[in-house]
Ligand binder design. Sequence first.
Ligand SMILES: Nc1ncnc2c1ncn2[C@@H]1O[C@H](COP(=O)(O)OP(=O)(O)OP(=O)(O)O)[C@@H](O)[C@H]1O
Ligand SMILES: [Mg+2]
Length: 403
Amino acid sequence: MRAKPFNYQYILSCLRLIKNNIRVFLRETLKSRPCLAAEADQEDKGEMILIEFKHAEKTFNDGTKAVIDFSLQIGKGEFVSLVGPSGCGKTTTLKMINRLLEPTAGSILIEGRPAEAFDRHILRRNIGYVLQQIALFPHMNVEENISVVPLLNNWDKERIRKRSHELMEMIGLAPDAYLKRYPHELSGGQQQRIGIIRALAANPDILLMDEPFSALDPISRKQLQEDIQELQKEIRKTIVFVTHDIKEAAKLSDRICLMNKGQIVQYGTPEELRNQPANDFVRTFFADFEPSAWHHTVKELLAECPMEFSVMQEDLFKPELAEEGNYTVLVSPEGKFAGLAYEGKVMSQAILSPDMTIESAASIMLNQSAAVHPVLINETCCGLVGYSQLLTYLRQKQTGREV
Ligand SMILES: Nc1ncnc2c1ncn2[C@@H]1O[C@H](COP(=O)(O)OP(=O)(O)OP(=O)(O)O)[C@@H](O)[C@H]1O
Ligand SMILES: [Mg+2]
């Protein structure tokens, strides 16, 4: 009997079918376990919504309604604080982001996808979590504590070593002196710093912090607040931060979500909550808190102490025609900022932004030779800030208090 000839067409169609099935499988798998986006760039800040609560609720088995009809959007790279009295649902809200708790109604979206579509473990490895109690593993040294999540993510030894050194440098602790120490050989402030970099070790996109500084003495607390401010300038993570302390929240946050009895009372910039409180609850919360004028924003300074200047298209600018004492903002034909001239002479200067605090603006200005600097929004100049204006504003706000 003659052997049947090989049916190549049949084999090819089988291979095609297998290939398509693999494709569908990979697509579905990736869809259900997406990677979170890489680090936020400063330019991206706030533009893309990274975390969204949509009418989320949490009712515990005993009937406690911890979170009620909670809708909130948090932009990529934003620092958002949840503030409110004890028991108002801050921790519960935070834990629903990394699925330590599941909402009983509504949904939570991460990068536009329901949190439950992510593999729970992968999601947690992409979301750093810092707790109030310094929760370092006592039997592990600092390096081992930092390595936990990178090891779970299969990082090799060299990559982990480099990352631990980089993180230790970031928080100002010499790696050679501290990496081999055990938690009991560190101060409370140092332990909490390690807690923060441990949460950042695998480079997560989101950092959740639940009253991370409350166990510390006031000096360490202030120092750590400053550290986290500096760190955030460098790493631009999306941070959700829980605190009782409205002053701390106002100092650190882009936006504050003030909660009461499981609900949002007001969500906005510290300035909005302070200047346009939605109701008496917000007003009372801010009543004892009048921040130093150094913590007001450049925007507030511009509104109260504007500085005069003229605007001229760069290619039409004639230095010899400039008037005495006059500042001229030079712009491109599209109206974008192109330079700043004083009495016809173009000066080098730093760029300020309306949302930075007066303290940050002053520290930038002190490192420059020029006395006046432009404030830009999307490359368009919205005002100038000079030393004399800054002093006038601080004096006006002083009202007997130290500024
Ligand atoms: N597992 C649980 N079972 C039942 N009720 C709970 C549970 N966890 C929290 N609660 C209740 O839910 C409410 C919100 O608690 P949550 O821990 O979110 O408050 P919080 O704002 O973080 O408070 P604090 O500032 O004191 O930490 C509280 O009334 C609390 O008693
Ligand atoms: Mg709590």
